[in-house]
Design a protein around this ligand. Structure first.
Ligand SMILES: Nc1nc(=O)c2c([nH]1)NC[C@@H]1CN(c3ccc(C(=O)N[C@@H](CCC(=O)O)C(=O)O)cc3)CN21
Ligand SMILES: CC(C)C(=O)C(=O)O
Length: 295
């Protein structure tokens, strides 16, 4: 059950983004643009806007499922979202998060979960959190199965409880050393890319030159990265509140959605909707026959 459409893009279309293509962007010093998406319209927006990488993030737990952390989203739910996103994309590289609980217990479980994303949702790569011994082993196992892995260090939301909440990492020597070591280990293990989340910009400046062959994608990591990622609902303002300090809003869709639904509600209550053009008609003779039948 593949979710990926078989057809190639039409002539003249942008070629699909590949791992070598991303590596080339880094070498050429051209910033990689990454955004999350969780459904078909989000994917279409990312496709048409020309982004390079789309992430079906486990932030879906919060943005689309309304949970207060990322740990509650199920693998099956992530697969539903990833399939919908896949159907909307032809060009960007598609990455899916291995959700909490789908890879920690064993290398075998990590491979099984990653393979499901490839077979059932047609993703190009998976992302998993952490760079300690356990996530490193899982990343190696998934890569050994032929599935590219994107690492994720710094603020790793699946372990927010252990980190003391959604807090920036790498601000003291021990934490900075850990972030550096984990990123280097993931790069050495062969991750094509690493997400660096909520760390001091100065740490990023020290870290990125040490990862010459790995595409470092920042979120709240400052400008000295190879690319940036933001959560779609944050950048579009499709949420209540602004969010983390690294969020920049480019639209206010939540307000636009409320305004649209409110206008609809008023039209229904004032009997302005539906108007004649929204209705269906029937032939006069059918209507006459129906009236007669009813007496
Ligand atoms: N919608 C959304 N956007 C995200 O970027 C995101 C999620 N959800 N869910 C998973 C994680 C959680 N993230 C977060 C959430 C909150 C802060 C935050 O508010 N941080 C504060 C405190 C920083 C500190 O104490 O060090 C901030 O001011 O940025 C940061 C990252 C990033 N990820
Ligand atoms: C914020 C990005 C990097 C993420 O991991 C997610 O959306 O889940």
């Amino acid at each position: 059950m593949s979710a990926r459409p078989a057809q190639r893009p039409a002539g003249g279309a942008r070629p699909p983004v590949t791992l070598p293509g991303l590596a080339a962007l880094k070498r050429e010093g051209r910033p990689v643009v990454m955004v999350t998406a969780y459904d078909f319209p989000g994917a279409r927006a990312a496709e048409e806007a020309g982004v390079d990488v789309v992430l079906v993030g486990d932030s879906a737990a919060m943005t689309v499922l309304g949970l207060d952390s990322t740990t509650g989203v199920e693998l099956e739910e992530m697969l539903v979202l990833a399939r919908a996103v896949r159907r909307g994309l032809t060009t960007p590289l598609l990455v899916a998060d291995l959700p909490f609980g789908s890879y920690e217990a064993s290398d075998e479980l990590a491979v099984t979960s990653a393979v499901r994303f490839v077979k059932e949702a047609g993703v190009d790569a998976v992302k998993l959190e952490g760079g300690g011994p356990v996530p490193l082993s899982r990343a190696r196992a998934v890569m050994a199965a032929g599935i590219p892995v994107m690492g994720h260090v710094g603020l790793t939301p699946q372990s927010a409880s252990a980190l003391g909440g959604f807090r920036a990492q790498g601000r003291d020597l021990a934490s900075a050393t850990r972030v550096l070591g984990e990123a280097e280990a993931l790069a050495a293990a062969g991750c094509f890319s690493v997400v660096l989340e909520a760390v001091p910009s100065q740490l990023t400046e020290l870290l990125v030159p040490r990862l010459p062959g790995t595409v470092v994608i920042g979120i709240g990591a400052g400008p000295a990265v190879d690319g940036q990622v933001l959560v779609l609902h944050d950048l579009l303002g499709m949420r209540e509140g602004v969010g983390a300090r690294f969020v920049q809003r480019y639209a206010d869709l939540q307000q636009a959605m409320v305004a649209g639904v409110r206008a609809y509600a008023e039209d229904v209550r004032e009997r302005r909707y539906p108007a004649p053009q929204h209705g269906y008609g029937m032939p006069a003779e059918v209507l006459a026959a129906l009236r007669e039948q009813l007496g």
